[in-house]
Design a protein around this ligand. Structure first.
Ligand code: ADP
Ligand code: MG
Length: 246
């Protein structure tokens, strides 16, 4: 494992500060004390909109030294990046490989951050840059472009923080992404991925953390609320839709 745990020392925060965002988000408050442990090479963060998945993902990316705007590790920060408040307080505990990267120069870090809010701009800006992909993703469909980006960027053992990477992908392309994540995991990389996709979260051997009002809860794919909802919806859409339409 590259990162074994993430936590925040509460003593670093003043009382007034601790009463403000992001500390008011339940999953963020769980980082106090012993924090959150990563137990598998691939961890999915699953939860409702607004539960705090992106806040966690951005902070982890920032704390590891990935460009928090989105992009490769070891590259310079984009000038227009927004810093993550949480990221400045987040402390990471590393496994041996992670420690070597963290203690080495910034260029020694490996990994990639897909920031949900700026994924499209990142794809437009990085195409053709050194260390990125050379395919003309601007001449591809949204989904084809992202799949090309993932296929060329997911190749070294490092930390991959992905925020809803399925957003543009079809069912079949999402399955391809499952294969890419599996390959990363097998070659010594670590993936932390926020997702709404029951296809992604079913990756065998992955850890699943459910994020919500309760904070952060380790669970299984079978027990995820979204899996239950999808199953029932596909079985009988009208059971949901009669409350929504007409
Ligand atoms: N910069 C910010 N300032 C204040 N509140 C924010 C900011 N960014 C997000 N939030 C709030 O934090 C909560 C978690 O947001 P987010 O991590 O984006 O959720 P998710 O990714 O799970 O949908 C939400 O209630 C959101 O409105
Ligand atoms: Mg989000």
């Amino acid at each position: 494992m590259i990162v074994e745990r993430m936590r925040v020392h509460r003593e670093m925060l003043g009382a007034a500060e601790a009463a403000r965002w992001p500390w008011t988000v339940p999953c963020v408050a769980e980082l106090f004390g012993s924090g959150v442990a990563f137990s598998a090479p691939v961890t999915f963060l699953v939860g409702e909109n607004g539960s705090g998945k992106s806040t966690l993902a951005e902070a982890l990316a920032e704390a590891f030294g990935l460009d928090s705007y989105g992009g490769r590790a070891g590259s310079r920060y984009a000038s227009h990046r927004e810093r993550s408040v949480l990221g400045e307080y987040l402390r990471l505990e590393y496994g041996p490989h992670g420690r070597r990267m963290a203690n080495g120069p910034r260029e020694a870090r490996r990994g990639f951050f897909l920031r949900a809010e700026s994924a499209m701009q990142m794809m437009e800006e990085k195409q053709g840059s050194r260390g990125y992909w050379s395919e003309r993703t601007d001449e591809m469909s949204h989904g084809e472009g992202f799949l090309t980006v993932f296929e060329s960027m997911f190749r070294e053992p490092g930390l991959y923080v992905l925020d809803e990477p399925e957003a543009a992908l079809s069912f079949t392309s999402t399955l391809r992404l499952v294969g890419l994540l599996d390959e990363l995991a097998r070659t010594g990389a670590q993936v932390v991925c926020a997702t709404h996709s029951p296809i992604l979260a079913a990756l065998p051997g992955a850890a699943v953390l459910e994020i919500g009002d309760h904070g952060i809860r380790p669970t299984t794919w079978q027990d995820l609320a979204i899996v239950d909802h999808w199953r029932r919806y596909l079985e009988r859409p009208d059971a949901y839709l009669r409350h929504i339409v007409g």
